[in-house]
Design a protein around this ligand. Structure first.
Ligand code: BMP
Length: 264
């Protein structure tokens, strides 16, 4: 059950992150807590999917570094679609280096900070290599970047985030910097602060694993039992022959799970 879940209204009142305000307003307006992971490798395929999927999701997640014909025209079109269809642009870059290198990667050939609303970072490099760097970008209105998601737990089999106190330490970094860390990438709710949103990958309604370490579970497990907020779904939709039909199915299932208690 959803016992103890903080309602979206309460979250909205609690959060100091402008990004989370935007996300929560999209969630309520679109009745969706779904993020679509589009791991296609050409800009044409990606943009075609975004046009169709945009109205049903709160975020579109890409991996800028897998796109073979990445260009500034692509990001301009993506930003225009995000503004029109009201979704968050999420580049899943998973920064994990010194602060200086992260800075160079954010402004490098992909110019990530200019078009992404949110990016992921690992916690392994430590707080001083994460927080000051992202704060500088997020507080600068010249950049679109407005929040960061900290990887607290990975969905993969044998993930080292399960070792010792790793997740606990990651949570501490987030808890103390909630103006910029707007969420976690996690498998299960891990922070006592309910203004931090829990984004969870590893969701598939029809399969349990792939052949390269991914582990999937259903929406009920992810939302109702593990108390996450936003479902990240990839191949469950993008590898389907009827992706938009599947997208609507995930969206409805995930939203029902999230709002079950509020509606009872
Ligand atoms: P899929 O549902 O097709 O497995 O896609 C999941 C997406 O989420 C991928 O883009 C992957 O890079 C990302 N992801 C993940 O699967 N597990 C994690 O722990 C963190 C991720 O970012």
């Amino acid at each position: 059950t959803n016992a103890g879940r903080t309602s979206l209204q309460e979250r909205e009142a609690l959060t100091t992150s402008p990004l989370n305000h935007k996300i929560i307003s999209f969630m309520k307006k679109k009745s969706s807590n779904l993020c679509l992971a589009i791991d296609y490798t050409t800009t044409e395929q990606i943009l075609q999917m975004v046009e169709k999927a945009g109205p049903f999701v709160v975020a579109i997640k890409v991996h800028s570094d897998i796109i073979t014909d990445f260009s500034e025209s692509f990001t301009q079109q993506l930003v225009q679609l995000a503004n029109n269809l009201e979704f968050i642009i999420f580049d899943d870059r998973k920064f994990a280096d010194t602060g200086n290198t992260t800075k160079l990667q954010l402004t490098g050939p992909f110019k990530i900070a200019e078009w992404a609303d949110v990016v992921t970072t690992h916690a392994v490099q430590g707080v001083d290599s994460i927080v000051p760097v992202f704060r500088e970008f997020i507080n600068n209105p010249a950049y679109r970047l407005s929040g960061v998601l900290l990887i607290a737990q990975l969905s993969t089999k044998g993930s080292l985030t399960n070792i010792h106190e790793y997740t606990k330490k990651a949570v501490q970094i987030a808890d103390e910097n909630r103006d910029i860390v707007s969420g976690f990438i996690t498998q299960t709710r891990i922070s006592e602060f309910s203004d931090i949103l829990n984004w969870t990958p590893g969701v598939n309604l029809d399969a349990k694993n792939d052949s390269t370490g991914q582990q999937w579970r259903g929406v009920e497990q992810a939302i109702e039992i593990q108390q996450n907020d936003i479902v990240i779904v990839g191949r469950g939709v993008t590898s389907s022959k009827e992706p938009i039909q599947q997208l609507k199915r995930y969206r409805q299932t995930a939203w029902e799970s999230l709002t079950k208690e509020e509606n009872e």
